[in-house]
Write a protein that binds this ligand. Structure first.
Ligand code: GLN
Length: 551
C-alpha cells in the first residue's frame, strides 16, 4: 500500500474565493506530473447529508457514481482530474458527530467521557485516511472560512496530521484575498496577515499562500506577505482573476505552485505535461465557429451555482464544437407571466432537473414552443418528465396527462411513482409510496442504459451501452409507451431489462431529446459529454439556419 501524503486547503478572509477550484487545480497539476491523487471535501455544517439541502442556499447537489449526494465542489474535482469520487470523499460535521454518537450509544467508548478532542478529531482523521487509500497525494479541502466556530474540530484534526505523519508528508495551503482599494490605488495585505494569524493561533502555520487578487501582485508586496506571514518567498502564489476557470491550473503552474508543493512534500516526479490544458484554454478563448445562445428555463435561475455542472457541460459542448456558448437563464415563472417572447433569439432550449411545483407551467410552455418551432430541445430529468407530459397532452391528446409529483388526481399519470421498485445498485426491492421518507426513496447514482441504434442518442454516443447518473423519484409510466410511440415519441434508451425508460426523443424534430438521468455530472472540459456536444451542434445548425433566413 502507498503511504499517502496530504495537502490541506483552507480559506481565509471571506467565502467564495474559489477553494474548490484551487483544490481541483492542484489535483490537475499533480496528475499532470504523473501522481495518483484523490480529493475530498470536509463540510463544517451539521446536516448529515448534503443532498437534502436547498439549492438556493447551497448551490447544486452533485451526484457521484455510487449515488452519494454531495457538495458541488466534488463536481470541480471530477471535471479537473481523472478521479472518480464517492460518498467517502465528502463528509460533514454532522456525519462525524453522528458516527461518534452512534459509537457512544453502542458503548464503544466503554463509558469514558466522549470529547471533541480526541474522539471527534480521531473520527475526522479516520474518515480522511479512509478516503485516502492507495494514492500518492490526497488533497483535503476544508469548507468554511478560518475564524468560524464550526470548523475548529476539522482544523484541530488536520493540525495533528503533521505531528502524526511528519513534516514532508503534510502541506498546508491557505487561500486568501488581497483586496484592491480604489481610492488609495493599493493592494492591501492586512486581511491576509490577520487570517494567517488566526490560523497560527490554532497551531497551523501555512506553507503556501494563494492570494486571490484583481491586480498583479508586485514582487515587493509578495516579499512583504512572505515576511509578515512567515512563508517562503516562492510560496506566495498570485491567483489573479482569469477569463476562464480552466486557465487556473496553468496560472498556478506559472506561479510555481506545483513545484513548491512537490518540494515541500519531497516528491520526485516528471515535469508536468500541460499541453492539453493549453489547447483547451486556446479553444475556449478563440472559438472559431461562432456562438450558440442557449436558454435554460428553470426555477433556480438567480443562482448560477444551482446549475453548476449543467453550465459547465454546456460550455464543454461549445469547446468540442469550437463555438462560444452564451448561457441565458430564464425564470420559468417570468415566462408564465410574459410569454414566449423571452425565448426569442435563442438557438437551443434546455429544461433542467428540479423538484416541486413552482414554475412547472413555464417549463411546459418552453417545451411546446421548442417542439412546435423545431428549436433544439434538451430535457434533463424533470425536463424529460415534463416533455413527456407536454407531448401526451398536446400531441397525443391525453388531456389530463400529468406527473404524480404534482397531482394525485390525474387519471393519466404518464410520470408516476413506482411503488414496488427494484434497486439495481443495492440489489433489493424497495417498497414506497408518496408519503415515504424523502431521503430514502430516490434512484441515485450510476445505472446502465441500452441505446437503440437509429436515434439521436446513439448518434451522439456511438455505443449501445452507456451508464449515467440519476437522482429522481418518479419514472416514465410504461402503460403509455405504445400510444405515445404511435405519435412518434420514441424510447431510445431503456434499462437493460427494458423496464425503465431512460431516453425519449421526438422523431419529427431536428433535436428533441429528454433523458431521465443527469448527463452533466459526467462531462469534463477535456472529455465533453456526447449529448452536450450533439445538443450544441444542433444549436449551431439552428443558428446558421436562422441567420440564413435573415439575409
Ligand atoms: N422531481 C423529479 C423526480 O423526483 C425530477 C428530479 C430531477 O429532476 N432531478 O423524479
Amino acid at each position: 500500500m502507498k503511504s499517502t501524503k496530504y495537502i490541506f486547503v483552507t480559506g481565509g478572509v471571506l467565502s467564495s474565493l474559489g477553494k474548490g477550484l484551487t483544490s481541483a487545480s492542484i489535483g490537475a497539476l499533480l496528475e499532470s506530473r504523473g501522481l495518483k491523487i484523490t480529493i475530498m471535501k470536509l463540510d463544517p455544517y451539521i446536516n448529515v447529508d448534503p443532498g437534502t439541502m436547498n439549492p438556493f442556499q447551497h448551490g447544486e447537489v452533485f451526484v457521484t457514481e455510487d449515488g452519494a449526494e454531495t457538495d458541488l465542489d466534488l463536481g470541480h474535482y471530477e471535471r479537473y482530474t481523472n478521479v472518480t469520487l464517492g460518498q467517502i470523499n465528502n463528509f460533514t460535521s454532522g456525519r462525524i458527530y453522528y458516527q461518534v454518537i452512534t459509537k457512544e450509544r453502542r458503548g464503544e467508548y466503554l463509558g469514558g467521557t466522549v470529547q471533541v478532542i480526541p474522539h471527534v478529531t480521531d473520527e475526522i482523521k479516520a474518515n480522511i485516511k479512509a478516503a485516502a487509500q492507495d494514492v500518492d497525494v490526497a488533497i483535503v479541502e476544508i469548507g468554511g472560512t478560518i475564524g468560524d466556530i464550526e470548523s475548529l474540530p476539522f482544523l484541530e484534526a488536520i493540525r495533528q496530521f503533521r505531528g502524526d505523519l511528519g513534516r514532508t508528508n503534510v502541506a498546508y495551503v491557505h487561500l486568501t484575498l488581497i483586496p484592491y482599494i480604489k481610492a488609495a490605488q493599493e493592494l492591501k495585505t492586512k486581511p491576509t496577515q490577520h487570517s494567517v494569524k488566526e490560523l497560527r493561533s490554532i497551531g497551523i502555520q501555512p506553507d503556501i499562500l494563494i492570494c486571490r487578487t484583481e491586480h498583479p501582485i508586485p514582487d515587493e508586496l509578495k516579499a512583504k506577505i512572505s515576511n509578515f506571514c512567515n512563508v517562503d518567498r516562492d510560496a506566495v502564489i498570485t491567483a489573479i482573476d482569469v477569463d476562464t476557470i480552466y486557465e487556473v491550473p496553468l496560472r498556478f503552474h506559472k506561479e510555481g505552485l506545483d513545484n513548491k508543493l512537490v518540494e515541500l512534500l519531497n516528491i520526485w516526479t516528471r515535469a508536468p505535461q500541460l499541453g492539453q490544458w493549453e489547447n483547451l484554454v486556446n479553444r475556449i478563448t478563440n472559438p472559431q465557429k461562432g456562438q450558440v445562445n442557449v436558454g435554460i428555463v428553470g426555477k433556480y435561475v438567480n443562482l448560477k451555482e444551482s446549475y453548476k455542472s449543467l453550465n459547465e457541460a454546456l460550455v464543454h459542448g461549445g469547446i468540442a464544437n469550437n463555438v462560444r456558448v452564451n448561457l441565458n437563464y430564464i425564470n420559468s415563472e417570468e415566462l408564465e407571466k410574459n410569454g414566449t417572447g423571452l425565448l426569442q433569439g435563442l438557438d437551443a432550449l434546455l429544461v433542467p432537473g428540479g423538484f416541486g411545483n413552482r414554475g412547472i407551467e413555464g417549463k411546459m410552455i418552453t417545451i411546446q414552443y421548442a417542439r412546435e418551432n423545431k428549436i433544439p430541445f434538451f430535457g434533463i430529468c424533470l425536463g424529460m418528465q415534463l416533455a413527456v407530459v407536454e407531448f401526451s397532452r398536446n400531441v397525443a391528446q391525453i388531456s389530463g396527462a400529468a406527473s404524480e409529483e404534482f397531482t394525485d388526481k390525474t387519471n393519466d399519470p404518464v410520470i408516476y411513482l413506482m411503488t414496488e421498485w427494484y434497486d439495481h445498485k443495492n440489489k433489493t426491492i424497495i417498497n414506497r409510496d408518496r408519503t415515504s421518507n424523502k431521503g430514502g426513496t430516490m434512484r441515485l447514482g450510476a445505472y446502465p442504459c441500452i441505446l437503440k441504434k437509429d436515434s439521436t442518442a446513439y448518434g451522439a454516443y456511438n455505443v449501445t451501452e452507456i451508464s449515467e447518473r440519476h437522482r429522481h423519484r418518479y419514472e416514465f409510466n410504461n402503460q403509455y409507451r405504445s400510444i405515445l410511440e404511435s405519435y412518434d415519441l420514441i424510447f431510445t434508451g431503456t434499462s437493460p431489462d427494458d423496464k425503465l425508460v431512460e431516453i425519449v426523443e421526438f422523431k419529427n424534430h431536428p433535436w428533441f431529446l429528454g433523458c431521465q438521468f443527469h448527463p452533466e455530472f459526467k462531462s469534463s472540459p477535456l472529455s465533453p459529454h456526447p449529448l452536450f456536444i450533439s445538443f450544441i451542434k444542433a444549436g449551431l445548425e439552428y443558428n446558421k439556419k436562422m441567420q440564413g433566413k435573415k439575409k
